[in-house]
Ligand binder design. Structure first.
Ligand code: HAM
Length: 506
């Protein structure tokens, strides 16, 4: 086939970002940077240090921490088998014998997780299929044999089960345990920022790769002042960014004991059973899997029903009741305005006592910019020592959306100086000038090819440059450079040092 024919037939595929993911581009990325910089600054003033955990972890970590029955773990995780690098990438029929030998060897040496796999059965099945393949005509008759082999094969665990992180609290707790942070002065205060992954239905403010800025306090006491100061830090951060129309909702969901949340959930379940027929399919399912989540319902026709359900505040044990009352007092001491919301239960299993959520303006139905709460049992659940914990995560994408909706976007800055040069002598001077100006912190555009001055000035205006530095042979020869102020078109002649001084003048 001639080269031309190839080109015609194979039009290169146009790639697009995967649904639910997106490119963040300038000038918007300048706002992302400002938000992140502000987080670094504000969190440091509250004594937090940054942690950067990996973006993938063993699937079991999230299942254990967030909860196997939650939407996040049961439906939304990006999970894959991290195949041993010692295995052939894709075994073909011809190399099946070799491949099975490899699997056998690696599973014997413990490099493959072969706990429940019957490798012998796979081998036996392969021998049957191999026999069929010898007499090609029998293949059709043997299709169930081949199908069985494929099924057995898929059941082979050829590596560890890992997931892209849907959230980072589990990772931070894992790191706390792994690095023996309980030996540091307590509590340990950590924050993080970065991408999270959930396979949700994309819509405004909801993405499959989204970004969180979060903070966790681990260890030390469970003093209500800790809950309140963490929330104060959040509100300080939002205040610094000028985020408008925020509402802080708080609640206490008690702790897992018969005289507290467990007892309440039983009561709630009994009440829900009575009204089951009037509820939608999702809520009906949740009566069994997680009755608390029914309180989260956004369905119009369920609202009146939910309002009649027993409330958790009336069913907390004395300790949890006192803790909640003290959190509210501590918030008031810090002038943090809040709204009590008895239906705020959150969608992750690790919470106990204080839960909170913050909504902001301009976000439509996905209006929660931040969620968090206390999770005292989590470190222990992950194999660590009994440890108190509390934290939050801000949805950075939503925070940015809300700031944009209220016009809090910094204007994209154009260059300070556009250097219009003509002639080889002038070019060398232009390169030197660009370096000096950039070293002084100015934004400089130096065209890579020679342009007529008229064209160059046109480009400078289009880019929104403040000044154009005009360098031709005359300017270079007499050391007097021409600086044009593009706003009013005025021009002046300056020596190199005078130019720097003029441009750096506030
Ligand atoms: P979360 O409520 O699942 O909590 O998420 C926190 C925030 O992340 C949400 O309020 C929302 O702003 C943002 N978010 C969640 N999913 C998406 C999405 N698909 N697209 C865009 N933004 C999203 C947690 O993740 C907990 N780890 C928070 C925490 C930390 N609790 C204690 N410590």
């Amino acid at each position: 086939m001639s080269e031309g024919a190839v080109k015609k037939e194979e039009k290169p595929r146009k790639f697009q970002a995967i649904r639910g993911t997106r490119d963040l581009l300038p000038p918007e990325t300048a706002l992302w940077t400002r938000v992140e910089q502000t987080a670094h600054e504000v969190f440091a003033t509250f004594g937090f240090g940054e942690i950067r955990p990996p973006v993938f972890e063993p699937t079991d970590l999230f299942a254990r921490a967030v909860g196997g029955e939650t939407d996040i773990v049961s439906k939304e995780m990006y999970t894959f088998v991290d195949r041993s690098e010692k295995l052939e990438p894709q075994p073909s029929i011809g190399s099946m014998d070799v491949f099975l030998e490899q699997v056998k060897r690696l599973s014997k040496s413990g490099e493959l997780p072969q706990d429940e796999i019957d490798l012998e059965l796979v081998e036996k099945q392969w021998k049957k299929v191999d026999g069929l393949l010898q007499g090609i005509s029998k293949i059709e008759a043997g299709s169930t044999e081949i199908y069985t082999l494929i099924m057995l094969f898929e059941a082979l665990r050829l590596g560890g089960d890992v997931s892209l992180r849907p959230e980072a609290t589990a990772s931070v707790c894992r790191a706390y345990i792994e690095h023996n942070m309980q030996q540091l002065p307590q509590p340990v205060k950590l924050y993080y920022m970065g991408p999270m992954f959930r396979r949700e239905r994309p819509q405004k403010g909801r993405y499959r790769q989204f970004y969180q800025i979060g903070a966790e306090i681990l260890g030390g006491p469970d003093a209500p002042a800790i809950d309140a100061e963490l929330i104060e830090m959040l509100m300080t951060f939002f205040g610094k960014l000028g985020l408008e129309g925020t509402t802080l909702d708080i609640n206490s969901i008690g702790h897992a004991a018969d005289n507290c949340r467990r007892g309440y959930v039983r009561k709630l379940k009994a009440e829900l059973e009575k009204v089951k027929d009037k509820l939608g399919a999702d809520s009906q399912r949740r009566i069994e899997t997680n009755p608390l989540r029914v309180l989260d319902s956004k369905l119009e026709h369920e609202q009146a029903i939910v309002e009649q359900l027993p409330r958790i505040a009336d069913n907390l044990c004395d300790d949890c009741k006192m803790h909640y009352a003290a959190v509210k007092r501590e918030l008031a001491l810090r002038d943090v305005a809040y709204r009590e919301n008895w239906r705020l239960v959150r969608g992750l299993d690790y919470y106990m006592r204080t839960t909170f959520e913050i909504t902001a303006r301009g976000l439509g139905s996905q209006n929660a910019v931040c969620g968090g709460g206390r999770y005292d049992g989590l470190v222990q659940l992950l194999g660590g020592p009994p440890t108190k914990g509390i934290g939050f995560a801000i949805g950075e994408d939503r925070l940015i959306l809300s700031l944009e909706e209220s016009g809090k976007v910094p204007a994209a800055p154009g260059p300070d100086v556009y250097i219009a040069w003509m002639g080889q002598n002038a070019y060398a001077t232009a390169i030197r000038a660009a370096r000096a100006l950039r070293n002084a912190g100015l934004r400089v555009e130096l065209p890579a090819t020679e342009l007529k001055f008229g064209k160059a000035l046109e480009r400078a205006s289009k880019l929104g440059s403040r000044f154009a530095l005009i360098l031709g042979d005359n300017e270079v020869a007499d050391g007097q450079w021409t600086l044009k102020t593009l706003r009013d078109g005025s021009q002046q002649k300056l020596t190199e040092p005078a130019l720097l001084e003029y441009l750096l003048k506030p």
